[in-house]
Design a binder for this molecule. Structure first.
Ligand SMILES: Nc1nc2c(ncn2[C@@H]2O[C@H](COP(=O)(O)OP(=O)(O)OP(=O)(O)O)[C@@H](O)[C@H]2O)c(=O)[nH]1
Ligand SMILES: [Mg+2]
Length: 301
């Protein structure tokens, strides 16, 4: 795939990269990984050898045929499986995906919304690590190893940030930048964090926390929900710089004011939910008042 493609010297054909083997899934759909039904404070805090872990890349798509090749051709070999979540495309997105990545798993979700798509993809993922990214060419899969590095070194949830040193965006409009800034500020106030970005689709986390994250969003607010939940349940969260490029072709599905309002609603909702569910304590038992101040690394926005 991508930069790692190799060519067979005899046949002249392109060789598929060797992907790490996925762990077996048992009859009830579980892998042999421990699930997060109760607190296990120490094991998840240790650094892990990433070469022993498998990685699922989940990509939601809606009419991204023209953009997909650029994305799939640069997926690093550390990714064990690529899951495309489609169901609404009226173009040849699925065909393009199979041509670029014959082993791709395609999940069809007919209900609209990025949140619905991502949640279905996460549920289907079999890797130890789940990475999410967009298909419009605005994010580069070559940044995935940066996220994995921090998971390897003890973090549980790592998200890309366009607004920390080293990151950037060639795509964001002034109005969206202002909106994102206001929403990040509110999130930092609510959750006592130091996040620099909130509404960005490149992130990665350990699959063992999927049940605890208990995601419910249907639309673009899923990025806010997963970040808020990760903080509020006491995961170790950090940000890495990311560069957002303009969408390569086609139209954005995001509606600035409608989706901004949903993000705002999510911030309030998650704060209330955490108070109700956690009773003022994070699951890791470290935070006071339900917010693990100081756990989120990153510069102030
Ligand atoms: N399966 C599925 N995927 C979706 C849906 N809406 C958006 N997506 C995908 O989610 C990703 C992000 O959507 P975009 O439309 O690029 O929105 P955005 O990146 O937040 O906004 P822009 O910066 O304007 O591009 C893309 O890969 C889309 O194809 C949907 O309803 N279903
Ligand atoms: Mg986009």
């Amino acid at each position: 795939m991508g930069t790692a493609h190799q060519w067979d010297s005899e046949s002249g054909e392109r060789m598929r990269p060797k992907r790490p083997e996925l762990r077996p899934v048992t009859d009830n759909g579980q892998t042999d990984l421990p699930r997060s039904t109760e607190w296990r404070p120490t094991p998840r805090r240790r650094a892990t050898d990433l070469s022993a872990l498998t990685v699922s890349l989940v990509i939601p798509t809606k009419n991204e045929a023209r953009n997909l090749a650029t994305v799939l051709d640069h997926v690093p070999d550390t990714v064990s499986e690529v899951i495309l979540v489609d169901g609404l495309s009226s173009d040849v997105t699925e065909k393009m995906a199979v041509v670029c990545e014959p082993d791709v798993r395609i999940i069809r979700v007919p209900s609209p919304g990025k949140g619905n798509a991502l949640r279905a993809g996460f549920a289907a993922a079999r890797g130890d690590i789940i990475v999410a990214m967009d298909a419009d060419g605005s994010m580069s899969p070559t940044e995935i190893p940066n996220l994995l590095y921090f998971l390897e070194h003890g973090f549980d949830f790592v998200k890309g940030s366009r607004f920390m040193v080293g990151g950037g965006s060639l795509d964001i409009t002034p109005i969206r930048r202002a909106g994102n800034r206001a929403l990040v500020g509110l999130a930092n106030r609510f959750y006592r964090t130091h996040l620099t970005d909130l509404c960005y689709g490149l992130f990665a986390f350990r699959r063992e926390f999927l049940d605890d994250l208990d995601l419910r969003s249907t639309g673009f607010e899923i990025e806010t929900e997963i970040t808020a939940r990760a903080v509020l349940i006491g995961l170790r969260v950090t940000e890495v710089p990311s560069m957002e490029l303009p969408r390569r072709s086609g139209n954005s599905n995001l509606r600035t004011f409608r989706d901004g309002a949903r993000v705002l609603q999510t911030l309030f909702h998650e704060r209330a939910r955490a108070k109700l569910e956690l009773g003022g304590k994070t699951k890791a038992g470290r935070g006071g008042g339900g917010t693990p101040e100081g756990e989120v690394q990153g510069a102030d926005s």
